[in-house]
Design a protein around this ligand. Structure first.
Ligand SMILES: Cc1ncc(COP(=O)(O)O)c(C=O)c1O
Length: 411
């Protein structure tokens, strides 16, 4: 069967914010929110906003609602068990919780490997362990290709390596890292792998079992939901972690959710899986005999194909400009990148470019995006960091052309 094209009118009708006509191209900073997410949020707050764990009816129903959404999230990322889903305030908080709990049994001289391509949230929590004598090694991208070489990782691994922690896709370059391959090497070395999937999860269906990651984190507000975050961990590994909640709370995931997860935000994420099912059913009306996970995959495949078109259109334009340097992968190739595109200009500062775009009601931005080590290694601090344009599937080719039209006048 031929893959249909993504019906933009259909998907855009699910995002009320898009009706304003504003062009959202800072999606790697945060995506717009799905109407089904908001509907689930208000359904919960208006009907089930009580404390969990009591014997009365509404309390039992409230637990059922949140359990339903947790099961949906487990299904979404192909976790084995809903207990593997830890919900929390932000990905920054998740990495901090993981670093504090997993390192409880580590000794001075034990090692962690992180990279120079991380958002700081997956860096500082590990760097801070140096105070306890933990050694932090940095896996650096090849400075020419801006990609990681597995051979470099092999050189850094040692019998003392406890954990490798790295980003799945760069939040600046959009480059996708070969996580399944990394997982093999890390596990052969006897270490664990934690992945920051924040910049990838809006664009691809994540399959934690196929990737064989030990921990995986993403932020719901970048995947069309609200401000909360999800951390997956293999059950036996989560069980082995020290808790960070009250001394009498020892079960997974509660021991890793101090102050508990936010019930209404967790429940609202079922709106994401509602959406993915509806996108599938709209595009494949005769395809009735497939399960939800296949539906999620086919919906994401539609998104990916469309995003590749957007990225190619914009990258082809950038390449016509001699004064522009495009960072990282030089095409929209879906195998290599997500449509998060960063560039800088030979003479203009990045801020000057963004300020010329702002009046046109197109949201793009410049900066280090908290991936400071990467921006430093690219020598882009004096430029104010690169300009970043980040699309998601609800962006249209017309919107990309609108941006190109504005940039073309002064670049
Ligand atoms: C790649 C990456 N990791 C982590 C984070 C931090 O996520 P949060 O805002 O949920 O703490 C971000 C936020 O921009 C990010 O882009």
């Amino acid at each position: 069967m031929n893959t249909p094209q993504l019906d933009l009118n259909f998907v855009r009708s699910y995002f009320p914010a898009l009706k304003s006509g504003f062009v959202y191209m800072d999606n790697a900073g945060g995506s717009q929110t799905l109407k089904p997410v908001v509907d689930r949020l208000s359904e919960y707050l208006l009907n089930y906003d009580v404390q969990h764990g009591a014997s009365y009816e509404i309390s039992r129903l409230a637990v059922e609602k949140v359990d339903y959404a947790t099961n949906e999230m487990a299904k979404l990322i192909n976790a084995n068990d809903p207990k593997e889903i830890v919900m929390g305030h932000s990905s920054t908080m998740m990495f901090r919780i993981l670093s504090l709990t997993i390192s409880k049994n580590w000794e001075a001289g034990d090692e962690v490997i992180t990279t120079n391509s991380e958002h700081e949230s997956n860096c500082s929590p590990w760097m801070d362990l140096q105070e306890r004598g933990i050694v932090v090694k940095i896996w650096k991208v090849n400075p020419d290709s801006l990609e990681f070489e597995i051979e470099d990782l092999k050189k850094l691994l040692s019998p003392k390596t406890k954990l490798v922690t790295m980003v799945h896709a760069s939040n600046i370059l959009g480059t996708i890292n070969p996580i399944a391959e990394v997982a093999k090497v890390v596990h052969q070395g006897g270490a664990l792998l934690c992945v920051d999937g924040v910049a990838l999860a809006p664009h691809r269906l994540v399959d934690v079992q196929a990737l064989d990651v030990d921990f995986y984190v993403f932020s719901c507000y970048k995947v069309y939901g609200p401000h909360c975050s999800l951390m997956y961990g293999k059950l036996h590994l989560l069980e082995a972690l020290a808790g960070i909640n009250h001394y009498f709370i020892n079960e997974v995931p509660y021991k890793l959710q101090p102050g508990n997860r936010n019930f209404e935000l967790t429940y609202s994420m079922a709106g994401l899986t509602d959406y993915l099912k509806e996108v599938h059913d709209h595009h494949y009306p005769n395809d009735t005999k497939i399960d939800d996970q296949e539906k999620f995959q086919k919906s994401f495949d539609l998104f990916t194909a469309h995003e590749e078109l957007l990225a190619n259109r914009f990258i082809d334009f950038l390449k016509t400009k001699k004064s522009i340097t495009l960072l990282g992968v030089q095409s929209g190739d879906r195998k290599k990148r997500v449509p998060t595109i960063a560039f800088h200009h030979a003479s203009l500062k990045s801020e000057a470019i963004v300020k010329q775009v702002d009046p046109h009601r197109i949201g793009i931005r410049f900066g280090d995006f908290y991936a400071k080590k990467l921006v430093q290694s690219l020598n882009l601090e004096a430029k104010g960091g690169p300009v970043r344009v980040s699309f998601v599937h609800y962006n249209t080719l017309e919107e990309v052309d609108r941006l190109i039209g504005v940039l073309d006048k002064f670049l």
